[in-house]
Design a protein around this ligand. Structure first.
Ligand SMILES: Cc1ncc(COP(=O)(O)O)c(C=O)c1O
Length: 341
């Protein structure tokens, strides 16, 4: 049976051209800061984000954790969306390791505005945690942050002397969908993490971006967390290749996602948030059948999906081409969910 793997955009395998770039990479010991390919990738990360510096980290979770560790601070609070990745999918590292308490705010689609933060900042009381940071995720559930929200949040943060961290795991999807550059998005955050191993198709790695003082500290915290790696040029070469060759093609993933969302709506058995499909993520529910049961039934016809709370999630990616998408749409239109498995 042919499988259509839409569990995530992290499942992609490096292309042959990417593997060739990795094979040819010039390398050195990055803990000694002697890996020339990693240095080139970090310079490009700084340039694309408009920040003074960037460092290569093993994962998006590691980038978020380092930023929260440094700019959150133990026994303090971070304001974020109630469905933030840092709350639900990072094993509580923000609290367990960084020592910061995340305060999740329940907002439609997870998109915060300054108004949502009003009254949530704590400071000055000896018997309460102090709020030090705001965390925003862009995209969140595939939805792009409106720039005016980010502007408002940054103004709010400045007024209350808070830092802003942007989890931009899929910020290149946002750039592709909206035409707003990563650099423009990053203007509204002190620090930014973006992932190379999602839509961009790398096997491993993320970049953490910020000012020079932050990145110098981040180097130390990365080492403390066991994230100092040696000949990272092999991985950085994949990152350089992806940033040069895989950014524009994200629009194909977005087109496929819209086509799949349409097919699901037309199929009649799914309730799809079509308007929310701005990039490569589709969410849907099925009346009277829970999400994990639908995931099981879809797997039986070769469609691999994931649950996100009470919804089913599909993520288009580099390994799903136009023909796969058309075949998948046909399969979804024919599929009939069963009430009782
Ligand atoms: C929004 C978001 N942030 C952070 C991460 C963490 O990235 P990683 O899996 O590289 O730790 C993910 C991973 O799926 C994510 O979706």
């Amino acid at each position: 049976m042919k499988y259509y793997d839409l569990r995530s955009d992290t499942i992609t395998k490096p292309t042959e051209a990417m593997r060739k770039a990795m094979y040819a990479a010039e390398v050195g010991d990055d803990v000694y800061r002697e890996d020339p390919t990693t240095s080139r990738l970090e310079e490009l990360g700084a340039q694309l984000s408009g920040k003074e510096k960037s460092i290569f980290v093993s994962s998006g979770s590691m980038g978020n954790l380092i930023s929260l560790y440094i700019n959150g601070g133990r026994a303090n609070e971070v304001l974020c969306s109630a469905n933030a990745h840092i709350i639900h999918h990072e094993i509580g590292s923000v609290a367990a390791i960084a020592g910061v308490l995340p305060i999740g705010i329940d907002v439609p689609r997870g998109v915060l505005s300054a108004a949502d933060l009003q009254g949530k900042v704590k400071s000055g009381a000896y018997d309460m945690a102090t709020t030090t940071l705001i965390e925003v995720e862009n995209t969140i559930g595939g939805y792009c942050y409106p720039l005016e929200n980010l502007e408002g949040i940054k103004d709010f943060a400045d007024t209350h002397h808070l830092k802003v961290h942007m989890d931009g795991a899929r910020i290149f999807n946002a750039q592709t969908a909206t035409g707003i550059s990563v650099k423009t998005y990053a203007k509204y955050a002190d620090t930014l993490t973006f992932c190379l191993s999602k839509g961009l198709g790398c096997p491993i790695g993320s970049l953490l971006c910020g000012d020079e003082a932050f990145i110098n500290r981040a180097l130390t915290i990365r080492k403390m967390l066991g994230g100092g790696m040696r000949q990272t040029g092999i991985l950085a070469a994949a990152g350089l290749y992806a940033l040069q060759n895989h950014v524009e093609r994200l629009s194909e993933d977005h087109r496929h996602a819209k086509e799949i969302a349409r097919a699901l709506s037309e199929a009649g058995w799914a309730e799809v948030d079509e308007e929310g499909v701005q990039t490569n993520i589709i969410f849907f529910t099925v009346k009277n059948i829970n999400a994990s049961e639908i995931v099981r039934q879809l797997a039986a016809i070769g469609v691999l999906a994931n649950t996100e709370g009470e919804t089913v999630r599909l993520v288009t990616n580099l390994d799903l081409n136009e023909q796969d998408t058309q075949e998948l749409c046909t399969l979804l239109k024919k599929f009939k969910p069963r009430m009782h498995a």
